[in-house]
Design a protein around this ligand. Structure first.
Ligand SMILES: C[S@@+](CC[C@H](N)C(=O)[O-])C[C@H]1O[C@@H](n2cnc3c(N)ncnc32)[C@H](O)[C@@H]1O
Length: 405
């Protein structure tokens, strides 16, 4: 057995014993949330701003774990969803959900990501979150996923990020030195030890802010994983480049933007603005310092580029769609603001957008049907384009730029 095969079977054995995330029994609330057509449209155009909405795409969930493939099958009932994972336990947990929710649009295979081409199909969307950084050869995993991605398809990935995980890597090393492995006893003792972690330890904030960490599977997944690596922003871009992929966008772009939150107020903001986007993101990751993962959308490098462009005048035909989980707060406002826009999925507290009364009227006019041109009738094009760009950067809206409406 080669070293790589050995590492891979160690990871497989790990997930057979400690499936992660913990299996769930009910997806009722999840199903209810995704009944909302606005949520579905926002999700679609996040990946494909320039394509007209459709819901009959094909989706591969690579390294699907215990529930992710079932969730996508529930979310997109007209799509064909395929879930693969090399852990029999994860596939069995997903199969339970398939049965419980009669998910005829879901197919499951116990298969390593690296052998995705054996499915003999290609997909409009490939989702692989929390998986590739566990492979002995992540490049081989990405190559296999690119092979099954249709030319106009989109890939959604989540990879670990290094700086926010410093405390995790310290404790991993602690466990390695002491020969602590993922056994029930090892995990129990580790939970006890973590209760005595000194204040100020780099792991402390994570433990406090991720209560899930108290559960055995989560703790094992973070601290006792036999194989895990992390990617800084430049490493994400290099990884994609080697894999024939092109970076599309961060799933949440405000935390990486030089124009949002505290970063926009720094004395170095002018210098930042002169860098390329990839260099801006790399610098911001260093300044923020606490990112634990990078979630992003990527496309094949031979696919047409379809970026959002708020110069020229095509954007007047874009239809803004509010992202779910965005709210307009109207209490305790900063001076001169008529509201403050927040995306509740952001974890950085500095990311909020105060808006004027005119801007609030535009936000309230967004209904998923009107174009920007129809919303901003009495606003000068420069002001409107700047404002809608801001809404987009702050993860308040996505655009249907298909020009169909
Ligand atoms: C941290 S879990 C993430 C699960 C799921 N993607 C999610 O976000 O909920 C990682 C999953 O990837 C699977 N996995 C890891 N390496 C794999 C490989 N080489 N081939 C297939 N599955 C793999 C594990 O069995 C596990 O179920």
């Amino acid at each position: 057995m080669s070293d790589q095969d050995h590492n891979s079977s160690e990871v497989q054995d790990f997930y057979e014993r400690y499936p992660y995330p913990r299996p769930v029994e009910s997806l009722d609330k999840y199903r209810e949330r995704w009944q909302d057509r606005g949520r579905l449209r926002a999700d679609f155009h996040l990946f494909w701003p320039a394509k007209p909405f459709s819901d009959d795409h094909t989706i591969l969930i690579a390294g699907c774990g215990t529930s992710q493939a079932a969730k996508h099958a529930i979310r997109w009932p007209n799509a064909k969803v395929t879930g693969i994972d090399f852990s029999a336990t994860s596939i069995a947990a997903t199969a339970e959900l398939k049965k419980k929710y009669s998910l005829d649009n879901l197919t499951l295979h116990q298969l390593p990501v690296e052998r995705a081409t054996e499915l003999g199909s290609t997909f409009d969307k490939v989702v692989s979150t929390g998986v590739l950084h566990h492979l002995p050869d992540p490049d081989a995993g990405l190559a296999a996923l690119r092979d099954v991605l249709k030319p106009g398809g989109a890939m959604y990935m989540m990879l670990y990020a290094p700086y926010g995980r410093t405390g995790i890597y310290m404790l991993q090393e602690f466990c390695r030195r002491l020969g602590i492995t993922a056994t029930d006893e090892g995990i129990r003792d580790l939970i006890t030890a973590l209760g005595s972690l000194p204040p100020g330890h780099p792991l402390e904030t994570l433990l406090r802010e991720a209560p899930d960490f108290r559960h055995e599977a989560a703790l094992a997944d973070a601290l006792l994983h036999p194989q895990d690596r992390a990617y800084s922003v430049p490493q994400v871009f290099e990884f994609l480049g080697r894999g024939g992929m092109r970076f599309g966008r961060w799933l949440q772009q405000a935390p990486y933007s030089p124009n949002c939150g505290v970063i926009a107020q720094l004395p170095q903001a002018g210098r930042l603005s002169r860098l390329s986007p990839a260099e801006q993101y790399a610098s911001i990751e260093l300044f923020r310092g606490t990112m634990v993962t990078h979630s992003f959308i990527a496309y094949r490098d031979d696919a047409d580029e379809t970026s959002i462009d708020l110069s020229g005048d095509r954007w007047l035909g874009y239809v803004p769609i509010r992202l779910p989980d965005t709210i307009c707060v109207e209490e305790r406002l900063p001076d001169g603001a008529a509201g403050v826009l927040i995306n509740r999925t952001h974890t950085y507290r500095d990311i909020y957008l105060p808006i004027s009364a005119d801007e609030k009227r535009m936000v309230e006019a967004i209904n998923g049907v009107r174009t920007i041109g129809e919303i901003a009738t009495d606003i000068s094009p420069n002001v409107a384009s700047e404002f809608f760009q801001k809404l987009w950067l702050y993860d308040q809206v996505v655009f249907d730029a298909s020009g169909r409406s």
